[in-house]
Design a protein around this ligand. Structure first.
Ligand SMILES: *Cc1c(COP(=O)(O)O)cnc(C)c1O
Length: 798
């Protein structure tokens, strides 16, 4: 493989000629791009093979991370940087007159996820490889990722995300590792063999596409396995082939099938079982290539279930052990429940997954039977431990009211259950899953989320990285906790000044992007105040835009009231069927139209909605932020990871004591974060006592009244009905997320930001403290905790 610029150039040119029969100069830019990606993949493949071999010959335990989502984003720069070949390639391409950035822009985001949960999986894969732990990711090879968002006339419009259009150069199809997955049919008892048999089933072939996950400065390269559905050789006899082929194709077509119909919901369950069954079958085959039996399966494999979506892994592993390998139930259960571990990501009731028994029973008859047996034995255990507490039993049952409760199944079948930030894990243990914590006192634990500091700092913010390198040296790259060395410099006016300049440069990059895409000119001397994340009522983008409206109205009525110039930047996708969320997007855009075009206020206030928020655009946004908005109703955001990306890039957080904000506040201290609003227990008390009354706030607080009235009096839209739904949600449905209860404190918190930002030294110090304290939120730290407390892995030995 190439080690110098000259070798790179030779190889690049040779491949262009071999692949396309043209010289570098004659080749098309997409050809150059594809050859470069292929070269990087092949560069990684030596380490890739070595890692697999070493894991096998050393009999090492591996972690298998199962997730419906991996939001990996682009890989070209990340992989070249991790391999240490970026500069060579950049210089070599330059000699050919090619700007490497032009090639980088051709890569589409692998958007195989929605948001935080999928991005977490991607950060974990990066940390696992970079820390040299043997790991496999398992997911679905969706033909279309999460929709692309366009904003038309202020409304969100969804466009299919054709991320595979140029092909995915990173993946390698592995047909020899394909397995069949069975759906539908019936279960019959076979007298002769004394076993249950799944007959009349419809088979679907699962073919893996493997992507290398390249670690930083290590020879370890792990695998992300994307399962693809294809027709099986065993074609169902009772179905027209075209229909069968279409149904097979549907499995991998989209990330989240429309779940408003039974067919859509069934498809989602089909997706879950599809990749889980294929993934587990592959692990078992691999295990039996190295060991004579499955009795040590749990000693050599650990399966981490990222939320409840892959929880069918539990009955599937049971099925294989019992039906296919003749294992006794008790031994199979011991192995299964010592292999699987479960991560809980939410306590929002509507997100806790349940499946109707009827759907499960017809689609997965044998799996359902096994869940019934797990439930039967679980009931026995609960009765015994709880001394026949019937109320408790009724709360924890896996199957009840005609539904299968996936979180309950997950807890019963796993040896570890973790939350994703300290507060969240505490709420799980003490409130939401209190009964389970009583039943299994040692299962629950916390693993506060993290982000890879390589992608989110080193690569996406080279200007800040350079400043860190010259100030505290380069150790922080390998040991992110070393960022704390920056604490010595937070009062240093020279470092403060350099930081300020870096931030200004990065604000200019974002300002240019916004001018190009939105046609809005924003002032880089204004405060960039940013909220980017999925749109959801609990995340309270509505509170943010209400505050913007308040500022606008106040400036309009009071010529004395002028704020330090501020640019409020939003980015958020709403689920296609989430009507309220889409209205909030429209409101943000309507407010932007009025405010940005009002000459009286436009020097002070700008509002920008950035279309199609995703990983790549996030890499531009994070470095440019002055203020990070993390304003969820306390107790609702499990952790958040966007908050960590902002912090690491030197933004000051305005936030509630929710999720990981709590731990961020602890680390930076009260002076370096702006906390406001109700605490989680106060929110809970308000809710339980029914003491929140929207109309009281409306009648007693003129600011709130004026803002709310503007939603329905034609200020922001010619039709007064346009935002009626938002008005109704806030007033007539008494707002579940308690915006008004936090409104005044939120206004005051923003006044503090205004005051602090005017003092450049003070502000820069706050930002530097945030960077210095952000090392804890590297996913390297999170992974080390998973490894030592849950997975018990050793690093790959050479
Ligand atoms: C980090 C990230 C998220 C998660 O953001 P939160 O603020 O934690 O909800 C969502 N989407 C993308 C593209 C991200 O990079």
């Amino acid at each position: 493989m190439f080690k110098t610029k000259e070798e790179f150039k030779y190889e690049f040119s040779r491949r262009i000629i071999e692949s396309y029969g043209r010289t570098v100069e004659e080749s098309h830019i997409t050809e150059k791009f594809m050859v470069l990606e292929t070269m990087v993949r092949d560069y990684a493949s030596v380490n890739w093979a070595m890692t697999k071999m070493a894991t096998k010959t050393n009999y090492q335990k591996q972690v298998h991370y199962f997730s419906m989502e991996f939001l990996i984003g682009r890989l070209l720069v990340n992989n070249m940087m991790n391999l240490g070949i970026y500069e060579i390639a950049k210089d070599g391409l330059e000699d050919y007159g090619i700007n490497i950035h032009d090639l980088e822009e051709l890569e589409s985001d692998a958007g195989l996820g929605n948001g935080g949960l999928g991005r977490l999986a991607a950060c974990f894969m990066d940390s696992l490889a970079s820390l040299s732990y043997p790991a496999f990711g398992n997911t679905i090879r969706y033909e279309y990722g999460l929709f692309k968002q366009k904003i038309e006339n202020g409304y969100q419009v969804e466009v299919p995300d054709q991320w595979l259009r140029l092909g995915n150069m990173w993946e390698v199809r592995k047909p020899k590792h394909a397995v069949d997955v069975k759906f539908w049919g019936r279960v019959v008892w076979n007298e002769e063999t004394g076993k249950w048999e799944h007959v009349d089933a419809e088979c679907v072939r699962a073919v893996p596409y493997d992507m290398p996950i390249v670690g930083n400065d290590t020879t370890v390269t792990n695998t992300l396995r994307l399962w693809h559905a294809e027709p099986s050789e065993e074609i169902p006899s009772n179905k027209d082939f075209r229909q069968y082929a279409q149904e097979v194709r549907d499995i991998c077509q989209t990330l989240y099938p429309d779940d408003s119909t039974l067919a859509g919901r069934t498809l989602r369950l089909k997706q879950q079982y599809f990749f889980v069954s294929a993934g587990i079958r592959a692990i078992i085959k691999n295990h039996l290539r190295v060991y004579p039996s499955l009795s040590n399966f749990h000693e050599k494999n650990v399966i981490q279930l990222n939320d409840t979506h892959p929880v069918l892994a539990i009955p599937e592993l049971m099925r294989i052990l019992v039906d296919e390998y003749d294992m006794e139930w008790d031994e199979a259960w011991h192995i299964t429940s010592h292999t699987c571990a479960y991560t809980n990501h939410t306590i929002l009731a509507e997100a806790l997954e349940k499946w109707p028994v009827s759907t499960m029973e017809s689609l997965l008859p044998r799996i359902y039977q096994i869940i019934e047996e797990i439930n039967r034995r679980f009931i026995g255990y609960v009765k015994q431990v709880s001394d026949h507490d019937d109320d408790l039993l009724n709360r924890v049952m896996i199957i009840k009211d005609g539904q299968v409760y996936m979180a309950h199944l997950a807890i019963a079948g796993s040896f570890s259950v973790n939350g994703v930030a300290r507060l969240h894990s505490q709420i799980l243990k003490e409130q939401e899953m209190k009964d389970f914590n009583f039943l299994y006192p040692n299962k629950f634990n916390n693993k506060t989320n993290g982000i890879t500091h390589r992608r989110w700092l080193a690569y996406s913010n080279p200007e800040l990285s350079a400043l860190l390198n010259e100030t505290i040296g380069t150790d922080w790259l390998k040991h992110p906790e070393q960022l704390e060395k920056l604490m010595e410099y937070v009062d240093d006016s020279i470092v403060q000044g350099k930081f300020y300049n870096v931030k200004q440069q990065r604000k200019q990059v974002l300002a240019d992007y916004i001018y190009k895409h939105n046609g809005i000119r924003i002032d880089t001397n204004s405060i960039f105040d940013i909220q980017v994340k999925r749109l959801h009522a609990y995340k309270r983008q509505l509170l943010n835009i209400m505050h913007v409206i308040y500022l606008y109205q106040e400036m309009k009525v009071n010529p004395e009231f002028r704020i330090y110039p501020r640019t409020f930047i939003f980015g958020a996708k709403a689920a296609p069927a989430y009507y309220f969320a889409k209205k909030v997007i429209k409101l943000i855009n309507s407010v932007a139209d009025i405010v940005n075009n009002d000459p009286e206020t436009s020097d002070y206030l700008k509002v920008v909605f950035i279309e199609n928020y995703g990983v790549t655009i996030a890499e531009k946004i994070m470095p440019a932020a002055d203020v990070s908005e993390q304003i969820s109703t306390a107790g609702k955001e499990a952790s958040g990871t966007g908050n960590m990306k902002f912090m690491m890039n030197g933004a000051v957080t305005i936030g509630t004591l929710d999720g990981a904000n709590v731990e961020m506040a602890e680390r930076v201290g009260d002076d370096n974060i702006i906390i406001f609003g109700l605490k989680d227990n106060e929110v809970e008390t308000l809710r339980q006592h029914g003491q929140y009354n929207a109309w009281d706030y409306y009648n007693n607080n003129p600011h709130i009244k004026r803002v709310v009235d503007s939603l329905v009096d034609g200020t922001f839209h010619e039709s007064r009905e346009e935002f009626r739904m938002i008005f109704d949600e806030l007033m007539n449905r008494n707002d579940e997320y308690f915006l008004f209860a936090d409104f005044e404190e939120y206004v005051k918190a923003h006044e503090l930001i205004d005051a602090y930002y005017r003092d450049r030294a003070k502000w820069s110090k706050m930002c530097l403290v945030n960077i210095a304290q952000s090392g804890y939120f590297s996913s390297d730290r999170t992974i080390e905790e998973y490894v030592s407390d849950i997975w018990k892995l050793d690093r790959v030995k050479r």
